[in-house]
Structures are given as structure tokens and as C-alpha cells.
Design a protein around this ligand. Structure first.
Ligand code: HEM
Length: 394
């Protein structure tokens, strides 16, 4: 394996051919920047579960975040486990059923508008609004505010805040994003003042206890914002990846219209082949060995989710997109172990409903002539910048 291969260089797209060679020849690989890169499924899975050895971290070295502003993913154990209980209960599967009719109705209205013109751009007009509206709905935020959330969430993901805890406007969340902070703080204050509290997501976050104590207002703001940010672009990219594939593969679109029962497999196979989160970053916090290679405390480690999902030791013909995989959910697109995505069921529901509504209402979905999928410019992520289409009503 040429030692100058850089799996983190995505300037020409995600280097899947190079990743396949890494899995065979150097599964624990030191990338030119000094990070370790894990490319095999088994290694990624085991390392994701080894929370005493690898700590979730995407901040630049030396960046200190006040305890109350730590995202749930960076809160140390055992507090992380307690906070996850609150977050899991807030985003719990049994409660998500109530979201289905909301997503369906919202997606139908978006598509009705698109069908009037017979064409549209599906990222802006379909994929962005759905996850935003859903999380805002769960948080009890008025519909007219959805576009604000979308813009703010994108600012957070696309800027330096996640790595530096600051951006050009300031330090810490309130400094870097004063409007977003003020808005969420206002919602929390409103909810605290309400006497008749409904049993919704924000209420669960407000009343859940860690060692007998509720979260402070700053902790609440941090986790509300993180839930929005974590579930926003990722879900948009999933829906975008599904639709960009279907818009360029009329055969597949026809097959799905005839066999609706395959919609869930379409979602899973998209998550496997084009996961929204391609890489996860960790700090090694205890000397360890993987496949005989020493990894030292303080080293940075990248989990190659995109590579693990195409590991030929686990998936037959892994580069092929197939709706008949025996275990469609075996991929690692939602991570694994204690940090496994708490929003997985919600994201699956949103993507499946968005797809079903498309299949119901649109007989033909065609990308504009000459369309070439372009990947968004976010280092760890994979989704299309745009999906311009022509649509024919069913
Ligand atoms: C297709 C959509 C999604 C994908 C691909 C995705 C992927 C992931 C992955 C890979 C992780 C693990 C990160 C790690 O181990 O460092 C994660 C964590 C997380 N996700 Fe998601 N996610 C999606 C949707 C959502 C949604 C809808 C929400 C919220 C409503 C959400 C909230 C979170 C949170 C809070 C964490 C941190 C959990 C922890 O560290 O304990 N995600 N997600």
C-alpha cells in the first residue's frame, strides 16, 4: 500500500477503490497527517464499542469546552450514559409513531407544490424541509420558524464551531451563534413558565434527571441544538442520496413503485453504500493494539464507516447496490456501541415516509438532462448538493 494514500482526501470523491486496498493490505493504517485509519468492519465495530479506549472527539487539539456546552457525544462516562437515557427517552421509538402522519402530510404538501410546476430541485424543496420540520415539530416550535432552524443548523455544521468551539463571531455557542442561542433559550424559558407541560421531546429533556439533578438551561440549550444539528444534515443527505439515485435509475424507480415493500430496504442499502457520516473521529485515551499495531494514548483515530460498510468480509459484492441483502440493517451507518445514534429510528421513519410519498404521488422521476451528482463540501459527510428533476404525477 503506497504510504502516501490519504483516505481523508475527499477532493475527488470518497476513494472507495483505495479504501478496498486498505482493507486488504493495511487495515490499521497511518494516514499522512498522522491519524490512524480503521477500514475493516470488525475493527470499526470493536473500536466503537471500546469506549474506555477511544473517546469521541472532533475538536481540534487543545480546544477546551465548558462542561455545560459539551455535546452529549463528548460528555465523559458515566455521565454520558445517564444523559443518553434522557435523550433516548426524548427521541424514543414508541413515541416516534406520532410523527408518521405529520411527516406524511408535510411531505405530501411539498410534493403537491412541486408537481404543479412539473419540475423542481429536491434538496431545497423536499430533503431540507422534512428533517427540519420534524425536529421542530417534536420540539413544539411553530412551523413559520422552520427555515430559521435550517439556516442556523447549516451554519453550525458548515463552520469551524464543531472543531474550534468558536467561529469568526465569538467563542462558545452563545458567542458564535447568538441568534440561535437566544431563540432556543427563549423556547426553554417559555416552557419553564408553562404550567401544563405536555409529554414531548423538550419536556423529557427538561424533566429527565442525571443523578437526581435536572439539566441546567445551558445544558438543555446545548443538547436541543445538538439534536437538531445531528439529525438535520444527516437525514437530509440520506433522503437526498435515495432520490438522487432514483432520479438517475428509472428501472429502480419503477421496481420500487411496483414493490412498495422494498422501500425500507432502499433506505438501508442507501445508508450502507452512501452513509451520511462517512467517518467518525476519536481520541485514543489508553494504549492499545489493533491487529498487532500499537496505538498510543493521545493518538487520533478515524473510524471508516463508509469503508466498513463495503467490507467484502461481511457484504457480498459490496459495491453493488442491492435491495435483497439478507440482513439489510447490518451496516454501521448509525455507528455502534454506547454512542450509537439515538435518532436512527426517527431518521429511518422520515426517509421511508419521504420515499413512500414520492412513490405514491410521482409516476416518473427524472433527473434534469446532464445531471451529475456533486458531493456536498462537508469533510465527514456524503450527500448531493442538488437533485434537479422533472416529475410526472401519478
Ligand atoms: C440518516 C440520519 C442519521 C445518521 C446517518 C446518523 C448517524 C450517526 C452516527 C454515525 C452517530 C455515532 C457518532 C459517534 O459514534 O461518534 C450518531 C450519533 C448521534 N446522532 Fe445520529 N444520525 C442520523 C440522524 C439523527 C437524528 C434524526 C438525530 C436526532 C433526532 C440524531 C442524533 C444523534 C445524537 C444526539 C448522537 C450522539 C450520540 C452519542 O454520542 O451518544 N441523529 N448519529
Amino acid at each position: 500500500m503506497a504510504s502516501d494514500f490519504d483516505p481523508l482526501d475527499l477532493s475527488n470523491g470518497i476513494p472507495y477503490a483505495g479504501l478496498a486496498r486498505l482493507r486488504d493490505e493495511a487495515p490499521v493504517y497511518k494516514v499522512p497527517s498522522g491519524y490512524w485509519f480503521l477500514s475493516r468492519y470488525d475493527d470499526v465495530l470493536a473500536a466503537a464499542e471500546a469506549i474506555d479506549t477511544f473517546k469521541s472527539s472532533f475538536r481540534s487539539p487543545g480546544v477546551v469546552v465548558p462542561d455545560e456546552e459539551m455535546l452529549v457525544s463528548e460528555v465523559p462516562e458515566p455521565r454520558h450514559g445517564w444523559m443518553r437515557k434522557i435523550i433516548n427517552s426524548a427521541v424514543a421509538v414508541h413515541r416516534i409513531g406520532v410523527v408518521r402522519p405529520f411527516v406524511r402530510d408535510f411531505a405530501e404538501r411539498l410534493l403537491d407544490d412541486l408537481l404543479k410546476g412539473g419540475r423542481g430541485e429536491l434538496i431545497n424543496d423536499y430533503c431540507v424541509p422534512i428533517p427540519n420540520a420534524v425536529i421542530a415539530h417534536l420540539l413544539g416550535v411553530p412551523g413559520k420558524d422552520f427555515p430559521l432552524w435550517a439556516r442556523w443548523a447549516d451554519d453550525v455544521v458548515q463552520g469551524d464551531y464543531a472543531t474550534e468551539n468558536r467561529n469568526e463571531r465569538g467563542v462558545g455557542f452563545a458567542g458564535a451563534f447568538p441568534e440561535f442561542s437566544a431563540y432556543v433559550d427563549g423556547k426553554i424559558a417559555e416552557r419553564r413558565a408553562q404550567t401544563d407541560s405536555s409529554d414531548d421531546l423538550i419536556n423529557r429533556l427538561m424533566t429527565g434527571k442525571v443523578q437526581g439533578k435536572e439539566l441546567t438551561d445551558v445544558e438543555l440549550r446545548t443538547q436541543v441544538i445538538f439534536l437538531l444539528v445531528a439529525g438535520n444534515e444527516t437525514t437530509r443527505n440520506l433522503i437526498g442520496n435515495i432520490l438522487s439515485r432514483l432520479a438517475t435509475d428509472p428501472e429502480l424507480y419503477r421496481e420500487l413503485r411496483e414493490r412498495r415493500e422494498l422501500a425500507a430496504n432502499m433506505v438501508e442499502e442507501t445508508l450502507r453504500v452512501q452513509p451520511s457520516a462517512v467517518y467518525l473521529l476519536r481520541d485514543c485515551i489508553k494504549d492499545t493494539q489493533i491487529r498487532g499495531v500499537d496505538i498510543r494514548k493521545g493518538d487520533k483515530v478515524v473510524f471508516g464507516l463508509g469503508s466498513a460498510n463495503r467490507d467484502e468480509r461481511v457484504f457480498e459484492n459490496p459495491d453493488e447496490f442491492r435491495l435483497d441483502r439478507p440482513d439489510p440493517k447490518a451496516h454501521l451507518a448509525f455507528g455502534a456501541g454506547r454512542h450509537v445514534c439515538p435518532g436512527a429510528a426517527l431518521a429511518r421513519l422520515e426517509a421511508t415516509v419521504a420515499l413512500e410519498v414520492m412513490l405514491d404521488k410521482v409516476a416518473e422521476l427524472r433527473a434534469e438532462p446532464g445531471y451529475q451528482r456533486e458531493r456536498i463540501p462537508v469533510f465527514w459527510s456524503d450527500g448531493p448538493v442538488s437533485v434537479p428533476v422533472e416529475l410526472v404525477a401519478a
